[in-house]
Design a protein. Structure first.
Length: 181
């Protein structure tokens, strides 16, 4: 099966060196917090807000993009959580006895909540600020791949999360009335 084949191609990078394993753990487990803090700081301290003669007025004007980004991300994560409970897909450590994950996860795997949340975050930011959005989409991809290498997700879990995150961000953007540059 292609899903398992891709999983083992990526997972086999783990447990080769302590240094690389620590990098993967950082990207898969700690870096997501840095990404969220960076998104918050960017949205609240964006140069248009800071350089404005009326920063509170500019912030009020930008509230729509803040709502788009964080509502999309939160809704995407919530939907992933619900889908995990419905689908009840096992993690690689539950399927293969020879898989020793770098992170301990005991809940269900599909879709990946991390992949869903961070792709929704990246796509939403892309709608508002294309260059920054590109970076956050890249961060989502990096986190997703690291979670496969760490042995906590199959590629299909990550792909499903990416698709769900994109769909949620696009749907929220579609229903949001205000257009952004």
């Amino acid at each position: 099966m292609l899903n398992n084949q891709i999983f083992f191609e990526l997972y086999n990078f783990s447990h080769q060196s302590i240094f690389f394993d620590r990098i993967i753990i950082f990207i898969a487990d700690i870096f997501p917090y840095i990404v969220v803090i960076s998104a918050i700081l960017f949205l609240f301290l964006h140069k248009d807000n800071i350089n404005s003669n009326f920063p509170f007025k500019e912030f009020k004007r930008r509230i729509g993009e803040i709502v788009l980004v964080f509502f999309s991300s939160a809704l995407a994560w919530f939907l992933a959580f619900i889908l995990k409970l419905i689908i009840q897909s096992p993690r690689p450590t539950m399927v293969f006895q020879n898989v020793s994950a770098l992170l301990t996860k005991t809940d269900f795997a599909f879709p990946s909540g991390h992949a869903t949340f961070f792709m929704a975050l990246g796509v939403s930011l892309f709608f508002c600020h294309k260059k920054i959005g590109d970076w956050f989409i890249f961060f989502a991809l990096l986190i997703g791949i690291a979670r496969i290498i760490a042995g906590v997700h199959f590629p299909i879990d990550i792909l499903g999360g990416f698709i769900l995150g994109i769909l949620v961000a696009c749907t929220i953007k579609y229903f949001q009335k205000k257009e952004y540059k």
